[in-house]
Design a protein around this ligand. Structure first.
Ligand code: N01
Length: 882
């Protein structure tokens, strides 16, 4: 970073080049705050802004009805309490003119305009490897040579061409919402067409309809919208701000959306119809996107079934407002989950379609063929109009960045070639191969899925703080490594798999721009988790960055910042934050009580057709509990005998209840979860002998249990996986029962060694620790007994075992022995399939409805069970219902 910041030449130097430490492109929320922080930190900075004044998106989007749709309590700068005290918002949702006034007020207060060249576009940017500086060419004024180049150009600032033939031939007026004339437009007495029903269209349409003689709305995809209920700022939202501003802002920074509101914790299947309706009505009355998107029920955002319930309520709302049923139906979204496309807040939008002067053209039924001199021609008609308003959106997230063309980094590589298949970034902030380039709210950061004010401040603070650190350490360059960037892209994909955004064609995915690479661009993992990750990068010595300085000084701490699945990471982080004593320090009784208590805090399992409890005789004749889960589909069903986990010391049917329900629902099979005697009261061989006795009992009583005649299946998790594996060996050696297949989930298979790498790599930090495993082993059996195949099935004879599906988790001490068992069985001729689950830990698969990234693994398990049993998918949950 600049060593002599204050002596930098900021004048138009030789050859018409202006020299500064940092160039900032854009003078919206992000550019303004950047300039303020950079100046405070002693850097010289030049702002470059295409508009004639500050404001960014709020400078350009002056169409009628333009407002923010995050409440003004939250849509503000928060970096300076004095600024917060000096400005009062007049409404719950501020109008565009008020927000523009606010940004002007901020610019004046911190005297920022003097560092901004207005009316100036950056036309190209080139990294000079010899001088380690960027050279920016501009549409006006001198080029800019800078050490760092920051794109603060916004996510939704490059309007998308309408992609409709004939626009130039239209003889009437043409307007684009994102480039609205400053003097305003009077539509009085005119016939107007609006094309597009995203947020801009939904805000503009009612206002244009108030003036126009006739308005025709051309809609390609209906959007979910619900009332904004704008007005004074709600007292209950202002009160926490007044009470404790700092605490409120701190909560916002750690929240998922950048707005500190609680999220629903109950799942839809735990609520009655009446309760769900009550919650919907309450959210509808709140008039708040964040409330509607997060406070109905816990599964509304990531689960299609839970989401469908929310969507149906919203459809009902549309029907309740729009009088003509055909128009209501045309306005009703049915092709995407609620929230997967940006929902909108509306003020009289649906009611506008009740006016006789407003018509709707459904472009799904009659696409636009061309724009003619007099109007718009569809497949069925021509609509003559005096004015056309394009509310057709933006080339989002990447458009404004790639509008600077070319941006050339190290080795002459241009960013558009690197991004040909979609944007690649590290943290959404930096790009490998492009030293000293920063993107504010770039693709790969929460940005548009969050309260932008909060996300912008976090990015600006992170960037400026790094520049300060680097300057202090004598570094002049910073660049993401390829490993870090690839890891971040994987993490983005893991997060995306959890969200429903992947299921809609939207500007989030690039689908709105013909030919654009497709893929969810923003980070879907939430603002708070993202902030923690950015902070972790710093705490871990600038992990994933190469730093350079004079005289060949370098530092590179290469690696990936997130290797766990996002939800596994959150769960482990939460548990670490609880500072629990080690389970092994609690004693067996204490550990059992702890686990029972812990399990009361998890989501209840989902409904199945029937649950029955009973007992069976164990190996010593004493009763053992069983719990049966029957699918809701007609039987008889194949039977899976299931052994719970818990290190032979803990657990019972209740502990693995959600997992058994899930297996039952996904496989379409009866699952009989059987208990076995536990150590230390009953040491080895009580557990495997009970396991075998239970198998025999279920086989004998299969018909009475309502199961299908024929071979059984066995399954187990952890120590239960051990018992399942051992049971298969015993059944083979003792003449039955016949087992059609074994599902071993993170099984214990070998107590003879603890030297495999997974034991060292994952010794601590992933819930099941090396210490805990040692404790379990010691309570269960003596070291001398650990070579017995009934303890360590890996030490046994493996030929002739039933086909197996073996699941292992990357961050599990038991990983390598599970893999070793799978490989050894395969070597012995047993048909084996493996699922080596990347980014998961020992409990990932059994934490049903907590670790959603494990859903696809459980789906694979169910498929394997069905293959073993030779059943088809009839009566089984559709995959899409995950
Ligand atoms: O753009 P959009 P927007 N022929 O892309 C249609 C933020 N924002 O400017 O969905 C016919 O959402 C297109 O149809 P389809 C907010 O984040 C916030 O409205 O692609 N139609 C769609 O209906 C928002 O999400 C506020 O099938 C065509 C519409 O045009 C984002 O900006 C206010 C078409 C475009 O909708 C973008 O919103 C405004 C064609 N060739 C915006 N091409 C606030 O309230 C596109 N469409 C803060």
């Amino acid at each position: 970073m600049p060593q002599t910041a204050r002596t930098s030449d900021t004048t138009g130097g030789s050859h018409g080049v202006q020299h500064v430490d940092i160039a900032v492109v854009g003078a919206g929320f992000a550019g303004l705050y950047l300039l303020h922080r950079l100046r405070q930190a002693g850097f010289t900075a030049q702002g470059l802004e295409a508009g004639d004044d500050v404001g960014g998106t709020w400078y350009w989007n002056r169409y009628p009805g333009a407002r923010c749709d995050i409440q003004t309590t939250d849509y503000s700068f928060t970096f300076d309490p004095a600024l917060e005290a000096a400005w009062q918002w007049s409404e719950k949702y501020a109008t565009q003119p008020e927000i523009l006034r606010y940004l002007g007020f901020v610019a004046d207060r911190y005297d920022l305009r003097r560092d901004i060249r207005f009316g100036t576009r950056v036309t190209s940017a080139r990294w000079n490897e010899a001088t380690e500086r960027w050279l920016l060419t501009t549409s006006a004024g001198p080029s800019v040579s800078c050490r760092c180049y920051v794109m603060a150009s916004g996510c939704l600032s490059e309007p998308k061409p309408p992609e409709i033939d004939g626009v130039a031939s239209f003889e009437g007026e043409v307007y684009v919402t994102g480039r609205w004339p400053h003097e305003g437009v009077d539509f009085t007495g005119k016939r107007v067409a609006v094309i597009g029903t995203g947020s801009s269209g939904i805000q503009a349409i009612p206002r244009i309809a108030e003036q126009a003689a006739h308005l025709t709305v051309f809609q390609r995809t209906p959007n979910f919208a619900f009332p904004a209920h704008n007005g004074p700022r709600p007292a209950h939202r202002v009160a926490p701000l007044v009470q404790d501003l700092a605490a409120y802002r701190a909560q916002a920074r750690q929240s998922l959306s950048g707005v500190p509101l609680p999220r629903a914790t109950e799942f839809s299947w735990q609520l009655s119809d009446d309760e769900r309706r009550r919650r919907f009505e309450e959210a509808l009355a709140a008039g708040d996107l964040v409330v509607m998107l997060s406070q109905l029920w816990a599964d509304q955002g990531g689960d299609l079934e839970g989401n469908a319930l929310a969507a149906e309520h919203l459809r009902g709302y549309i029907r309740s407002v729009v009088k003509d049923p055909a128009t209501a139906e045309a306005l009703t979204p049915r092709d995407h989950p609620f929230g997967s496309k940006r929902p909108c807040l509306e003020t009289n939008y649906y009611a506008t379609f009740n006016k006789p002067t407003v018509g709707l053209v459904n472009l799904r039924q009659e696409p636009i063929e061309a724009i003619t001199a007099r109007g718009i021609k569809t497949a069925r008609r021509t609509v003559d109009v005096d004015a056309i308003v394009f509310a057709t959106g933006f080339d989002a997230m990447t458009g404004a960045i790639l509008a600077v063309h070319p941006i050339t980094g190290r080795g002459g590589q241009s960013i558009d070639s690197l991004w040909a298949q979609g944007p690649q970034t590290y943290l959404g902030l930096t790009v490998a191969g492009f030293p000293n380039l920063f993107l504010i709210t770039g693709p790969g950061s929460p940005s548009v899925l969050s309260n932008m004010a909060v996300s912008i401040e976090q990015h600006v603070d992170w960037v400026v703080d790094r520049l300060i650190d680097l300057r202090a350490a004598g570094f002049t360059t910073i660049e993401a490594t390829a490993t870090a960037q690839a890891g971040w892209q994987r993490h983005l994909a893991d997060c995306t798999a959890l969200s429903l955004h992947r299921l809609a064609n939207t500007w989030y995915t690039g689908a709105n721009v013909p030919g654009k690479a497709q893929g969810v661009m923003p980070y879907t993992g939430g603002v708070g988790p993202y902030r923690t990750i950015c902070d972790d990068v710093v705490a871990q010595g600038m992990l994933g960055f190469r730093l350079g300085g004079p005289g060949g000084k370098t530092q590179c701490n290469d690696g990936e910042i997130v290797r766990l699945q996002p939800d596994a990471r959150l769960v482990l982080g939460m548990m670490a934050g609880m500072n629990l004593p080690p389970i092994e320090s609690m004693g067996a009784a204490g550990a059992r009580a702890f686990v029972a208590q812990f399990n009361t805090t998890r989501p209840a399992g989902r409904p199945v057709g029937e649950v029955l409890d009973g007992t069976l005789p164990g190996a010593d004749g004493a009763p053992l509990a069983w719990r049966l889960y029957r699918p809701a589909t007609p039987g008889p069903h194949p039977i899976v005998v299931y052994y719970h986990g818990g290190g032979w010391v803990l657990g019972d049917a209740a502990s693995d209840d959600p997992f058994c329900r899930d297996l039952c629902r996904r496989s379409g099979m009866i699952v009989v979860s059987v208990d076995y005697r536990h150590a230390p009261e009953h040491r080895f061989p009580a557990a495997p002998e009970d396991g075998y006795a239970a198998l025999c009992w279920v086989a004998e009583h299969a018909g009475q249990l309502g199961g299908r005649a024929g071979p059984l299946l066995v399954a187990g998790w952890s120590a239960g996986g051990n018992i399942a594996a051992v049971t298969c060996q015993l059944a083979r050696d003792r003449g039955g029962p016949v087992i059609a297949g074994q599902l071993l989930v993170c099984p214990v298979t070998d107590g003879t060694t603890f030297d495999r790498p997974s034991y060292t790599e994952n010794a601590t930090g992933y819930f099941l620790t090396r210490g805990l495993m040692h404790w379990f082993w010691d309570l269960y059996c003596s070291p001398a007994e650990r070579g017995d195949p009934r303890v360590s099935p890996l030490q046994g004879r493996l030929a002739g075992l039933p086909p197996a599906f073996v699941v292992t988790a990357e961050f599990d001490p038991l990983r390598d022995e599970g893999i070793a068992y799978a490989e050894a069985m395969a070597a012995a001729g047993v048909p084996v399939e493996q699922l080596q689950a990347r980014g998961h830990f020992h409990s990932s698969f059994t934490m049903v409805d907590v670790i959603a990234t494990a859903v696809s693994g459980r789906e694979h398990m169910a498929e394997a069970l069905r293959r073993f049993a030779g059943t088809d998918e009839a009566g089984v949950l559709p995959k899409a219902a995950e």
